[in-house]
Design a binder for this molecule. Structure first.
Ligand code: SF4
Ligand code: SF4
Length: 75
């Protein structure tokens, strides 16, 4: 099983909750702001993601989605 993290940059308000809740330190802040001037997260180390789903659950703007892809090895 592998994981995909989909970030919807234009919905992000740059609150950094997703980055702070990630215990595996997968996410970082993108230096490039979106069109509203907020810096969205970016994926730093996808291979460390434990698929806990916290970033998706706690994002107030529904701007990050974590999906599992069945039938593939993680990494
Ligand atoms: S699913 Fe969990 S481990 Fe993966 S990026 Fe989100 S908070 Fe981090
Ligand atoms: S929690 Fe959502 S709104 Fe906040 S920085 Fe992360 S993706 Fe953006």
């Amino acid at each position: 099983m592998s994981v995909e993290i989909h970030i919807i940059n234009e919905r992000c308000k740059g609150c950094k909750i997703c980055v702070e809740v990630c215990q595996a330190d997968v996410l970082d802040i993108d230096e490039k702001p979106n069109t509203s001037g907020y810096n969205p997260p970016c994926v730093k180390t996808l291979e460390d993601c434990t698929i806990c789903g916290l970033c998706e659950m706690l994002c107030p703007d529904f701007a990050i989605r974590v999906s599992c892809i069945e039938g593939e090895n993680k990494q």
